[in-house]
Design a protein around this ligand. Structure first.
Ligand code: FAD
Ligand code: NAP
Length: 433
């Protein structure tokens, strides 16, 4: 159990029963052609390697790396390990994270100019495989995750059907398991595919990732966009959205792991956005790995979800709203209170109203700070009277979450007011820088 890369959980799946089917499912490659013919029978003539204990050095062993404990992790959390095997046309890299509830969002893969990089996000840590592959591969890479066991399979298609003797030469930080905060951001160049007006100053941009990239931005997380402006690298965070509010109800036009949509407001006097808006279709912009501290698990078992957004602070709400309505079975109500200056500033107003008409659990209310005299809705800024009516539990002790995002002073004010209304820290999630 200690040695097996899949760990106890994987072994227990076959304990006490005939494990043949399971073996065929997960260990088909442990057969004569792909593995065993490389093995020799007999006694080893050289002295066995003694593993260095002090420096946590990892030694390869028949392609499987020995587990090593990450020093500052709780004892139970152990570094993932990897293995690889091949058929005539494919190379499969298997990473055993031993973590439950992993999903395809946890796997970020990039392949460019012969360099392969896979980052597997495990809570606040990530496991990195970084290698110059020994042979060329095609660019369409598949990543599969078995949620129950945390096994990640990355399938590479060989360019030439030759047998690989080794996976590749290790590059910087290969086979490391470190805290996110210790890692620099990794960027890849994405192509601008389309830009569509959302309001007078805000657009929906679609970016296409390079063919060798597999990346899905988890809900509630943001990415950084980077451009060189007047000789300086300028980096700003943006929260990807869906191509529309209803995309879960039909097949998305573009797969989530290849295309990214961002809604960006252009500030004419801003540093980044006027330059970003000058990009032509077909131009490139650098896009980072996702970051952020929102966890999907915060939505688990929710009964009521309240979203407070101001201006482009609406962007994190898009995926949250969509995910909650589609996946949270106990959810009784989702209410969005959306603050803007004028009617012209309201993002996706039609879509929000259509969703509210169609989905009985969803309600939206628009509040304007600079309305015209024709506006018959509510007006003003975030305030106690507005909030106390809006964020009301419909049942005593119901499980609620309130998400808040907008200009920093708006968010800070909202947090203070929600505290005054006796919501606990766990019940409020604020999106800040
Ligand atoms: P900036 O140069 O930052 O200027 C913005 C405005 O402030 C301009 O009007 C400028 O004139 C004014 N200004 C700048 N400095 C000063 C100053 N010292 N005094 C007074 N006024 C000043 N934005 C989106 O549109 N969509 C998103 O999805 C999105 N997601 C975000 C996610 C996160 C986590 C965060 C923190 C921010 C997000 N933002 C988003 C905001 C975005 O990162 C940028 O701040 C925004 O695009 C403005 O960038 P800029 O460089 O063009 O403007
Ligand atoms: P905006 O149009 O300037 O303002 C939107 C609304 O917020 C307006 O009604 C405005 O009222 C109100 N507001 C502004 N400051 C306020 C304050 N101090 N107190 C109460 N209400 C206030 O907004 P925007 O230009 O779209 O800017 C959106 C902001 O959201 C940016 O700062 C961006 O960085 C942030 N954002 C953060 C994230 C994240 O994840 N952290 C994601 C997306 C966007 P007034 O007209 O009275 O000012």
């Amino acid at each position: 159990m200690e040695y097996h890369p899949g760990g106890e959980d994987e072994l227990m799946r076959a304990a006490g029963s005939d494990g043949t089917d399971l073996f065929d499912q997960v260990h088909r490659w442990v057969n004569y052609e792909s593995m065993l013919k490389e093995c020799l029978v007999g006694r080893m003539a050289v002295k066995p390697v003694v593993l260095a204990k002090e420096n946590h050095e990892k030694k390869p062993l028949n392609g499987i790396l020995l587990k090593s404990k990450v020093p500052d992790l709780p004892v139970k959390e152990i570094s993932p390990s990897y293995d690889w095997f091949q058929t005539e046309s494919l190379v499969t890299i298997v990473i055993y994270t031993k973590q439950k509830d992993m999903d395809s969002e946890s796997v970020i893969v990039d392949y460019q100019d012969g360099c392969f990089r896979a980052e597997i996000v495990v809570n606040d840590y990530s496991y990195l495989l970084h290698t110059e592959l020994s042979h060329e591969i095609q660019e369409d890479i598949t990543a599969r995750v078995t949620e129950k066991t945390g096994k990640v399979e990355i399938i590479l298609k060989k360019k030439n059907n030759v047998s690989w003797k080794y996976l590749g030469h290790p590059l910087e930080s290969h086979n490391s398991f470190t805290a996110h905060r210790e890692k620099g951001l990794y960027y890849r160049k994405c192509k601008l595919i389309s830009k569509v007006d959302v309001t007078h100053d805000t657009k929906l941009y679609c970016l296409m990732m390079p063919p060798g990239t597999h990346l899905q931005v988890p809900i509630g997380q943001h990415v950084y966009l980077k451009q060189t402006i007047a000789g300086a690298e300028i980096v700003k965070p943006y929260t990807p959205v869906l191509e529309s509010l209803h995309s879960d109800l039909r097949e998305p036009l573009h797969p989530h792991n290849k295309y990214i949509y961002v809604i960006i407001k252009i500030y004419h006097t801003g540093l980044f956005t006027p330059h970003f808006d000058c990009l032509q279709i077909g131009d490139y912009v650098s896009l980072s790995n996702p970051e952020g501290n929102f966890k999907k698990s915060q939505l688990q078992d929710l009964e009521e979800l309240f979203l407070l957004a101001a201006g482009t602070g609406f962007t994190p709400m898009v995926k949250i709203l969509n995910y909650a309505l589609a996946n949270i079975t106990n959810l009784r109500k989702v209410k969005l209170m959306f603050f803007n200056k004028t009617e012209e500033d309201i993002l996706w107003r039609n879509q929000l109203e259509q969703l509210a008409d169609k989905e009985r659990r969803f309600e939206v209310e628009f509040i304007l700070s600079e309305p015209t005299c024709e506006w018959i809705g509510k007006q003003g800024r975030i305030s106690l009277p507005l909030l106390s009516k809006f964020v009301k539990r419909s049942l005593e002790n119901s499980r609620v979450l309130i998400c808040i995002c907008g200009p920093a002073p708006f968010t800070e004010q909202g947090i203070r007011l929600l505290k005054d209304l006796n919501f606990s820290q766990e019940e409020v999630h604020s999106f800040t820088a």
